[in-house]
Unconditional design. Structure first.
Length: 437
């Protein structure tokens, strides 16, 4: 048998081989992606090994440690193959080492040394086969193994703990942590609302960490022999929307490596309280005007409102000084000096966010509209003045008409006296001239 034929991978399972001067090693694995509770068989195969009776080791280099350690050790005593295992990991699962085909006869050209084991969930390691022969150490090519498993359990938590979360609309919240148990490789995480649509929330992955730790309470319902679990923690950030208020949020996880039919595992639920408002564009006045016109000494009532959660508080200001609190502003006995701009400030007591809305007040000036008391006085004065004027007018007219009637009468008597005096008496003429004058 030539060297090239020895180097062929004739093992039905995955294998890698190193050939040196006719003596070759190859390590074969029954699978390189075992699932949980699936036993894996690693077989170290020696070809052109007639008369071999030295030691063989199966080693691994763990992904997180980066150093070689012996897992199984095979040696000969009185031409009989013996096996032993070393457990350097306190959390390691049971393993068995077996002397296989051709190991107990010196005439066999092919010898097999096997290791049967279970991998921890999420374990990634490179395995090697080594042998000592004729004063030299020989190594096979590595076989990388990665365990796979579906998501067994999930838990959603928030910063500070609890099952109720208060957030502010439009302000990113980065305190969500979705933890999954015994998922390998890293699962796909989604954040969902517990409503009729089960809509996915738009989230941003911040970071992911994975480590083995004592099985947490939220995974205690899973019947797994290992007291430890691989916990993957994924930190998420999302921007709240007012439509999320009052809804429940949860995380779901699935391992796509397990196939398209793999069901999602859902976590516990957390209730959302979303603080929102006020927004200037959503603030309104009632009556719905931006300008108001009133007569001097009149009144005006305006209601200010904004869509807020929790309910907003309100402050009214005029000329940069507060004049009222509450949503309603009432102005009475308005004077010309009260014209100008009025501002309603809405404040969300939860988030501290504020928004402003303005209206302008015009005051129409009226001569008689000075005020309630002054108005009554002016009205009375006008009436009295009118009555006095009428009386004076009547008296004047009366005084004017009386002298005219007396003068006419005197003239009539004078004419009568003149007619009766036929002799032209000088005294009578004198009297006539006096009346004329």
């Amino acid at each position: 048998m030539d060297t090239s034929s020895v180097c062929l991978n004739v093992f039905v399972l995955s294998a890698m081989t190193v050939c040196i001067a006719g003596f070759s090693l190859k390590l074969a694995a029954s699978t390189v992606t075992p699932q949980i509770r699936q036993e894996v068989t690693l077989t170290c195969i020696l070809d052109d090994a007639r008369g071999f009776n030295n030691s063989v080791q199966i080693r691994n280099e763990r992904h997180r440690h980066h150093f070689l350690q012996n897992i199984a050790y095979f040696y000969y005593s009185r031409s009989v193959c013996n096996s032993n295992v070393n457990d350097f990991d306190m959390q390691a699962l049971p393993i068995r080492a077996l002397c296989g085909l051709g190991t107990n006869t010196t005439y066999s050209t092919s010898k097999e040394y096997s290791l049967k084991m279970l991998l921890n969930v999420g374990e990634i390691a490179h395995y090697y086969c080594s042998a000592y022969n004729n004063g030299q150490d020989y190594y096979s090519k590595p076989v990388q193994m990665t365990s796979t498993n579906k998501v067994e359990c999930a838990c959603l938590s928030i910063s500070g703990g609890g099952d109720v979360l208060t957030v502010t609309e439009g302000k990113q919240y980065d305190g969500f942590k979705c933890s999954t148990g015994d998922a390998s490789p890293e699962p796909e995480i989604r954040l969902k609302l517990n409503d009729t649509s089960s809509a996915n929330l738009s989230v941003r992955m911040l970071n992911t960490t994975a480590r083995r730790e004592r099985r947490p309470a939220y995974c205690s319902h899973v019947s797994i022999y290992d007291a430890f679990a691989l916990i993957t923690n994924t930190n998420l950030a999302y921007v709240p929307d007012r439509g999320h208020d009052g809804k429940h949020v949860y995380c779901s996880a699935r391992n796509s490596e397990m196939g398209t039919n793999e069901e999602e595992v859902t976590s516990n639920k957390i209730r959302l309280i979303v603080q929102f408002g006020p927004l200037e564009t959503e603030m309104t006045f009632d009556p719905a005007e931006d300008t108001y016109t009133v007569d001097e000494s009149g009144s005006l009532t305006v209601n200010c409102s904004a869509d807020c959660n929790p309910a907003c508080t309100y402050i009214w200001t005029y000329l940069d000084r507060g004049i009222a609190t509450g949503s309603r502003l009432s102005l009475i006995h308005i004077t010309e000096q009260e014209a100008g701009y009025y501002k309603c400030t809405a404040r969300n007591p939860g988030s501290g966010i504020t928004a402003d809305k303005y209206f302008k007040l015009y005051v129409e000036y009226s001569f008689f509209s000075i005020g309630p008391a002054a108005g009554v006085g002016v009205a009375v004065g006008v009436v009295v003045t009118s009555i006095v004027a009428v009386v004076i007018c009547c008296v004047a007219r009366r005084l004017t008409k009386v002298p005219q009637r007396s003068k006419s009468k005197r003239r009539e008597n004078a004419h009568q006296n003149t007619a009766n005096d036929d002799t032209g008496n000088q005294d009578g003429e004198a009297d006539y001239e006096d009346l004329r004058t």
